[in-house]
Design a protein around this ligand. Sequence first.
Ligand SMILES: Nc1ncnc2c1ncn2[C@@H]1O[C@H](COP(=O)(O)OP(=O)(O)OP(=O)(O)O)[C@@H](O)[C@H]1O
Ligand SMILES: [Mg+2]
Ligand SMILES: [Mg+2]
Length: 803
Amino acid sequence: MVRIPTAQLSRFLFTGQLPRRGCLQLRRCPISPLISHTRQAFSTAPTTPPSTEPAVVPLRKQLKDQAKAAKLAGAPKKKIKKTDNQTVPGWDLTVGIEIHAQLNTPSKLFSPASAPSSGEDAIPPNTRVAPFDLAIPGSQPLFQPTTLIPAIRAALALNCQIQPISKFDRKHYFHWDQPSGYQITQYYHPFARSGKVTLLPRDGIAAEDGDVVEVGIKQVQMEQDTAKTLAQPNSTHFLDFNRVGVPLVEIITEPCIHRPATAAAFVRKVQMLLKSVDACTSGLEQGGLRADVNVSVKRTGETQLGTRTEIKNLSSFKAVEDAIIAERDRQISVLEAGGKIEGETRGWSLGSTETRRLRGKEGEVDYRYMPDPDLGPVVISEDLVKTLGRTMEALPDEEVEVLMRKYGLSERDAMALMLMEGRLEYFYGVLEELERMLGVTAAEDGEQKHASLAANWCLHELGKLSEAEDIVETATEVVDITSQVPEQDLAAILFYLHEKKITAKVAKDLLWDVFRGTVVTGGITEQIDSQDLWYKEISEAEYISIADEVIASQEKVLQDFLKFKQGKSKAYPQGKLGFLVGKMMRAGPEQGKGMDPSSAERVMRSRIEEVYIPRLESSAPSTWSTTAFKPLISQGPKILPAVVVKLALNPEDAAAVHLYNHLEKDSTFLISSALPVAAVLELNVDRNRAVRNAPMDWAEHCDMVKLHSSSIAYTQCEEFDELVALGPPVIPQLMLRYKSRDDLVALFAYELLHCILWGHETREWTVDMKMQFDMWVEWFEKGAWDEAPHYRSREQRKDGRHV
Ligand SMILES: Nc1ncnc2c1ncn2[C@@H]1O[C@H](COP(=O)(O)OP(=O)(O)OP(=O)(O)O)[C@@H](O)[C@H]1O
Ligand SMILES: [Mg+2]
Ligand SMILES: [Mg+2]
């Protein structure tokens, strides 16, 4: 290899230029393109993804793109159940995790060069490199004590014991990203040990793990980062030594995690913990954190852990969970086929379904650990630990509690604020400004309405902006919405909304104006003034007209109010009222004019009680008697007797009663008329007898049934529409005639048909079915079929189980 004088090498390191072929050139790649493209390559996204080290993929953006593409392709939404696939019967999974976190400090660990913070991609490559970072002969490590500040805070956040004396060791391996041939780390004497992280259901642990999981932290050690590799076409790799020597902490857990979702929850929680104490500024998906998962399986009951394999460099929480599931399943199938698990390092790429072997797992011996003779021990005083502990920000669990207790946020919203990059700080900024304008604090505003309003807008309304069509998120850049909506502007909008000076719709439009930069000089107040957007409440007549419009499209709901009025249900249907008011609010009047929800509720309630219920009451009898039922009754025995009995509630309906009496008297007739399916399909009832006993058109119907039905068709039809298409004539007739109760009646008929197919005592059907029908009516009214005592699932029906 051509030797390069140190001066020239330094020029490469500090200016990114190398004048001629030399040891930094990679095989098969002429030096000139390397030189000319270096800056450009590092300042723009690489054309192909690096193979050695996964690029920092903004996962959120990728998932959004995938969802968009799927939506365009008309693909059905994939339902992912969080607790899916967490256990495999007969097997125990064990996971231990190593997390490398880039510390929030401007210093490198052992050199005076400054450390670029993660995400600072604009810095030209190889401009922050000291001779020691490149292991230039003669250079020596010089420990930078300030790096201890974020490191100790990280360890305290993880509940670790800080060690008064720790030491650095050399871990040897050869790779181009490690110029000295060894990494300085802490192996024998790490600076922190024996920590624990508590995970709760809200952190996303698997349901099988119960209410709390404690993950033991074996140790936390400080170590150097390596150079950044960017793969190019033709097996060319560009190296950026800016990252060499950047201080990391490696957090190593005990092998004590047993569910994939819990492992992902742990990594997420560690990210939150490190951010909350400022030990780390960017997360997994931005490259500030990297996770390696160690996976082993053993048969349930065995005491010794299985051989572990390690999946390196996972860059999203989903990847952590998916990679563990894939590796667990791979190991189980190897063992079930009589094979053996090799200790090895494996890789995982986004969207894949299996891990792939990278290399055999290095062991302690391969690394040839040895104490670094150039570095003395690190002594950490108790005072320093105490001071750093005392001056730390609140940890995530305390923060969530504060958000819930003090600001009245839901647990879900509190967690969402915590998890979104920079969103919590933004929320506090908006809240502070809003409270200043309102002249209240959360403690004074008993209901904390303004705080939950601010949280709601910081999460949900701001979230809607990110769906704007003209937002272009590139592969390396995720647009930060908060940077486009200054806290003061959002606070001003929320102030006017809170004070009911503008409507929610106007507030939303204003937010878009801010986002698009179309707010006039003078700000939000001026914008509202200039466009006359101040709130003016609509008149009583307008309220009434909107309420009437809503009710016209929601007539069914009125039945609930009627039942309450008639004493058939005890509780006032407040939920239904809220639903109607909600519709009113959404139907709302034009820009600027507004409705007050309490006035809307008052008007809606009075319209229902004073106009619509009386109207319903006066029309009820005719619905229940002649008009609707006459045609039904005239169908005679084609209609199932029990249905007729039930529906002939109205004593005035003489025809129905008459029919029933008639049926009661003639049992043979009853049997045959109630046997439309059995006669033709399954039970081999004497068809001739049935037909003989039926009225004139019965034979015709039997033929129709024969044409349209088969037992398979019946057991398969689940939807009522299908039922109508397949079923015997009675069902479509019922459905046609009972539009308002069609589902109920169809279900009833459907149930009855199945009873027939099971061969129930014919004579009892009428009575039995009538009872069932009553019960179904009750459940129908409650709208809870699944809880109905007589409701059987399709599976149960298939099994022939009868409740
Ligand atoms: N049988 C096992 N199954 C699953 N995880 C294990 C098992 N044995 C050890 N582990 C986990 O593997 C991890 C080992 O990390 P550690 O940093 O100590 O060693 P390493 O992986 O060899 O080091 P590095 O990857 O940094 O070179 C720990 O998190 C530990 O809990
Ligand atoms: Mg390790
Ligand atoms: Mg490891």
